[in-house]
Design a protein around this ligand. Structure first.
Ligand code: NI
Length: 173
């Protein structure tokens, strides 16, 4: 297993639309293992392949009951097939450093996906788990949680990033 580099905003690769996975082989299993390792190292509770520069429709989400456990679930080619209600909860993203914000999402969703062997499956999620799934599936469409914020908030974040990047380039000492 390898810890991969997580791309951060404004890397253009985060805006790529992921492609459907058609091959379920050892290499895919390897990628899933790497993604899980990368997610727990960060640490995070979900990761999309897009975030490590791989343009496949693949996400991993943490499903541990206890914090010390590392139980995760890979969802290949996930898509939301039904949704209901609304909720507002605070989100952050490993690809969007130094920002958390409230985002409006569906309260309950059903997601169709394929498992690691290509078997079709469905999962219904509510509350926080539904937020995580919506957030990660967004990544596969090149969407970041900041895209759900008001233009003003997004603008403020862009300015902050510019400052952070300028700071990195300044010679030290
Ligand atoms: Ni994210």
């Amino acid at each position: 297993m390898t810890i991969r580099t997580i791309l951060t905003y404004p890397n253009p690769l985060l805006r790529q639309k992921a492609k459907q996975v058609g091959t379920f082989d050892k290499e895919l299993e390897q990628l899933i293992d790497d993604m899980a390792e990368t997610m727990y190292d960060a640490p995070g509770i979900g990761l999309a392949a897009t975030q490590i520069g791989d343009s496949r429709q693949l996400i991993v989400v943490d499903i541990s009951k206890e914090k010390r456990d590392k139980d995760f679930m890979p969802l290949v080619n996930p898509r939301i097939v039904s949704s209901e209600g609304q909720q507002i909860d605070e989100e952050g993203c490993l690809s969007v450093p130094e920002l958390t914000s409230n985002v409006k999402r569906f309260k309950k969703i059903t997601v169709a996906y394929q498992d690691i062997t290509g078997e079709a499956a469905e999962i219904t999620a509510e509350e926080r788990f539904a937020v995580v799934l919506q957030h990660e599936i967004d990544h596969l469409h090149g969407i970041l949680f900041i895209d759900h914020l008001s233009p003003l908030k997004r603008q403020l974040y862009k300015k902050k990033v510019k400052k952070m990047l300028a700071g990195e380039e300044r010679p030290s000492g």
